[in-house]
Design a protein around this ligand. Structure first.
Ligand code: ZN
Length: 354
């Protein structure tokens, strides 16, 4: 594969639009092909998997794609990432569409996007990085001498995030869960009001304010740098719902307009846009978890209003024996919900925001 240029924010040519790459020094990844094969079933040629992985792994380094558009005019920098978790696809397509739509001659400032941050997790379609088992959204700022994920976090922070005037990390619920389509922000520090205003103009059906951010997330580090920072979630479930891709694409266009960088055709809000607004802890990793392994079935849907103690589902042993009744821990809105019936003890079941 012919390599793109190494991404260097400070040397981007004026009025340019190009694909670059970040080089991450990492141990041999070809062994990953065997791991990925087990998640793809038996219908895919092993060579196809090996080829896809080795095409981005050469000379001891992994090539992570970066898309950058530097405008003819001076202006701010919007940084967007997707694929921090490997099974969340909506943000990837929204970034590609935004990159395609941008014209450097009509752009003031710089758009930088990393559409697939954690490549091994993407190949395996998992939340965590299969190389070291780490969740990329819990290990920032990382370490240049750590495991692959830790080095990737440090590289992203140094080469990409620190240049942002506004940062957005595009997530969704991944293959095991469903989430409401939302934009979230932390009401913390000097950036809080800008983040709130940006979140309001993004255009998601739910705007979720958080009084704090858990350690290790991308936003945790950008907030330390006082960069206004947003993230998104969406239905997910291992797919990319077209309405969510449209929502994210419109949201990126709205942020470019918010920063006075560009006016894309995708920008705009419905005249009667009036999102649901919630405030609460947004960390799905501290949500209600399963106490048992087995099969989980439920009639519940994200977005439902639920009452404390309301029966939302049941976990059975494989012989049908009921093991656990899943009940809402509080009155509120069901923001996230397990959709994959196969469940192991300790996996996330649901998040209810009061
Ligand atoms: Zn995620």
């Amino acid at each position: 594969m012919s390599r793109n240029k190494e991404f260097d924010f400070d040397s981007l040519p004026k009025a340019s639009k190009d694909s670059y790459e970040l080089q991450l020094k990492t141990p041999d990844l070809t062994c990953l092909a065997g791991v990925v094969r087990t998640t793809c079933g038996d219908t895919i040629s092993p060579d196809a998997i090996s080829d896809a992985i080795t095409a981005r792994f050469e000379g001891g380094s992994l090539s992570i794609p970066v898309l950058a558009v530097k405008g003819a005019g001076q202006g701010k920098t919007l940084v967007a990432t997707a694929g921090v978790h490997g099974d969340e696809y909506e943000g990837m397509e929204a970034i590609y569409r935004t990159f395609e739509a941008l014209d450097p001659s009509n752009l003031s400032g710089t758009f930088v996007a990393v559409p697939v941050v954690t490549l091994p997790a993407f190949w395996q379609a998992t939340r965590a990085n299969p190389v070291d088992g780490l969740n990329m959204a819990r290990i920032f700022p990382g370490s240049s001498s750590g495991t692959m994920s830790e080095r990737l976090a440090a590289l992203m922070l140094e080469k990409v995030f620190r240049h942002a005037d506004l940062y957005i990390d595009l997530h969704s619920s991944g293959r095991n869960n469903a989430m409401m389509t939302l934009v979230g922000y932390a009401a913390l520090g000097r950036q809080a009001e800008t983040a709130r205003a940006a979140a309001e103009c993004f255009g998601a059906p739910l705007v979720w304010e958080h009084p704090k951010v858990s350690p290790g997330r991308t936003l945790t580090e950008t907030l330390k740098l006082e960069i206004p920072s947003l993230y998104t979630e969406a239905r997910g479930g291992g797919a990319a719902h077209p309405d969510d891709v449209d929502c994210y694409t419109r949201g990126l266009a709205n942020l470019l307009a918010f920063l006075d960088m560009a006016q894309l055709p995708a920008a705009g809000l419905d005249p009667d846009y009036d999102p649901l607004r919630l405030c609460g802890d947004g960390d799905v990793d501290v949500s209600m978890r399963s106490g048992n392994s087995g099969l989980f079935f439920s009639d519940a849907r994200v977005g439902m209003r639920v009452r404390q103690g309301e029966l939302l589902g049941i976990i059975r042993d494989l012989d049908g024996t009921p093991l656990e009744e899943v009940r809402s821990p509080r009155d509120g809105v069901l923001v996230m919900f397990r959709t994959n019936p196969r469940i192991f003890a300790g996996e996330v079941l649901l998040v209810v925001n009061a």
